[in-house]
Design a protein around this ligand. Structure first.
Ligand code: NDP
Length: 376
C-alpha cells in the first residue's frame, strides 16, 4: 500500500508512517550546503486548525534568507516564534525544511476556510518560522495564501510571493506608497537586479512612479526592460556621485545595505516626508549574537537613534522594511500579473533532485531575478 496523502508507493521505515510521510529536503543541523539532506520520511504537515489549508507544492523558489537560515541565521528569534512557551527547553527545530515560496494546489482545507477549496491553484510566501516549501506539502493559514495568477506556470508563480510580500510591506507600510499615491514620486531602488529589485521596479512602474535603479553594467538591459527610467552602474565610479547629479528622491528602497545608508540619506528631498527604507537590518544578527533580550533592546535602540538623527538633521525618515505574510496583498499582485503589468523573472530552475545545486547557484550571488525549484 502507498501513502494515503501523496498516493506514492515507497518504503518507510515504520509501517505506521505510510499514512503520513512525504519527500522533502531537510537540515538536521546548521552549516554549509552539506547539511541539506533528501528524505522521503518527513511527516506530512496536517491541517491542524480550522483556518489552515494544505498545499501540494508544485514549485518553490530560493531567497538569500534560505542560505542564511541554513547557516543558523535568526535561529533564536525564529525558535521563539515557532514555540513561544518552549523556547527555554531543548526542543529542537530539526529536521527543518527551508524554502519560502510556494506555487501549488490546495488538497485539504480546515472547517472555517472560506476562500479556498481543494483543487484551487494557489501561491504564497511561507513565513520563516514555519516549515518551508522544499517539500511535497506545506500547510499555511488561508490568510497567508492567494489564488495563483492564471497566466503563470507554477514555476513562474513560485518566483514572486516572498519578494512581493517583502517589497509591498516595505514600500506601503514603511514607505507610505500605494497605487494611488505614487504617480508623482521619484523612487530609487538599490540592488535593482535581484529578486526584490526586479519585482519592486515593476510594481512601482505599474503604480506610475519614476524609478531609478542601481545595478551592475550587465543588468542594465534587464532592469530597463522591466521599466526602470534611469540606471546607475555601481561598478564604474562612485554611485553616490552619479546619483547626486540627479533630482532628489521621495523614497529609497535599499536592497544592498552596508555602506549605502551613509550616502543614500543625502539623496532624499529634505523636510518633505521623504523616506529611506532598508531591507538589510541587524535584528536577527543581533538576537543571534547577543541573545533575545539584549539583541532586541540593542536593535530597537539603534533604530530609534538613526531615525531621530535623520529626522532632526535632514527632515527625512529612516526605516527598516520586513517581509510580512499577506495573502490579500498577493491578490493585488495577481491582478497586476494577469494584466501583464508584472512579469516573473526566473533566472534559473532546478529539478527537486538538485536542491543543493540550486543553493550553490544562489550562493554565488549576482542574482538576476529568481532561482526556482520544480517540486512536482
Ligand atoms: P538577491 O540576491 O536576489 O539580489 C541582490 C542583487 O543586488 C543582485 O542582483 C546583485 O547583483 C545586486 N548588488 C550587489 N551589490 C550591489 C551594489 N553594491 N549595488 C547595487 N546592486 C548590487 O537579493 P534579494 O533581492 O532577494 O534581497 C535583497 C536584500 O534584501 C538581501 O540582503 C536580503 O537578505 C534582504 N531581504 C530582507 C528581507 C527582510 O524581511 N528584511 C526580506 C527579503 C530580502 P550584482 O552583485 O551582480 O551587482
Amino acid at each position: 500500500a502507498g501513502c494515503s496523502v501523496c498516493f506514492r508507493r515507497h518504503v518507510c521505515s515504520s509501517p505506521s508512517r505510510l499514512q503520513s510521510c512525504m519527500s522533502a529536503w531537510v537540515i538536521d543541523q546548521y552549516g554549509t550546503n552539506e547539511v541539506l539532506r533528501f528524505t522521503e520520511e518527513v511527516t506530512v504537515p496536517i491541517v491542524s486548525s480550522a483556518s489552515e489549508v494544505m498545499i501540494k507544492v508544485h514549485a518553490a523558489s530560493l531567497n538569500p534568507l534560505d542560505i542564511s537560515m541554513r547557516g543558523g541565521y535568526g535561529a533564536k528569534l525564529l525558535k521563539l516564534r515557532r514555540a513561544p512557551v518552549s523556547v527555554m527547553d531543548n526542543n529542537s527545530e530539526f529536521p527543518l525544511i527551508l524554502g519560502r515560496d510556494v506555487s501549488g494546489v490546495v488538497v485539504e482545507c480546515g472547517s472555517k476556510v472560506t476562500h479556498f477549496a481543494p483543487g484551487d491553484e494557489v501561491w504564497a510566501a511561507v513565513p520563516p518560522w514555519k516549515q518551508g516549501s522544499l517539500a511535497e506539502f506545506v500547510t499555511l493559514t488561508e490568510f497567508e495564501v492567494s489564488h495563483k495568477p492564471k497566466s503563470l506556470s507554477h514555476i513562474e508563480a513560485a518566483s514572486i510571493p516572498y519578494v512581493a510580500n517583502t517589497a509591498l510591506s516595505a514600500l506601503v507600510n514603511a514607505g507610505g506608497l500605494c497605487r494611488d499615491s505614487s504617480s508623482n514620486k521619484r523612487v530609487l531602488i538599490t540592488g535593482g537586479s535581484g529578486g526584490v529589485g526586479t519585482f519592486a521596479v515593476q510594481l512601482l512602474k505599474a503604480w506610475g512612479a519614476h524609478v531609478t535603479v542601481t545595478c551592475s553594467n550587465n543588468a542594465e538591459g534587464l532592469v530597463r526592460g522591466l521599466g526602470a527610467d534611469e540606471v546607475v552602474d555601481y561598478t564604474v565610479g562612485d554611485p553616490a556621485e552619479q546619483l547626486e547629479e540627479m533630482e532628489k528622491f521621495d523614497v529609497i528602497l535599499d536592497n544592498v545595505g552596508g555602506d549605502t545608508e551613509r550616502w543614500a540619506m543625502g539623496l532624499l528631498k529634505p523636510w518633505s516626508g521623504a523616506k529611506y527604507i532598508t531591507l538589510v537590518t541587524p535584528l536577527l544578527l543581533n538576537t543571534d549574537s547577543m541573545g533575545l533580550l539584549d539583541g532586541t533592546f540593542h536593535t530597537g535602540f539603534t533604530l530609534q537613534m538613526k531615525a531621530m538623527q535623520n529626522i532632526m538633521s535632514r527632515g527625512v525618515f529612516y526605516r527598516w522594511g520586513f517581509y510580512t505574510p499577506d495573502g490579500p496583498a498577493l491578490d493585488e499582485v495577481k491582478n497586476l500579473v494577469d494584466t501583464g503589468k508584472i512579469l516573473p523573472v526566473v533566472e534559473a530552475q532546478f529539478p527537486f533532485t538538485q536542491v543543493p545545486q540550486a543553493f550553490q547557484k544562489l550562493e554565488q550571488g549576482h542574482a538576476r531575478g529568481k532561482t526556482v525549484v520544480r517540486v512536482a
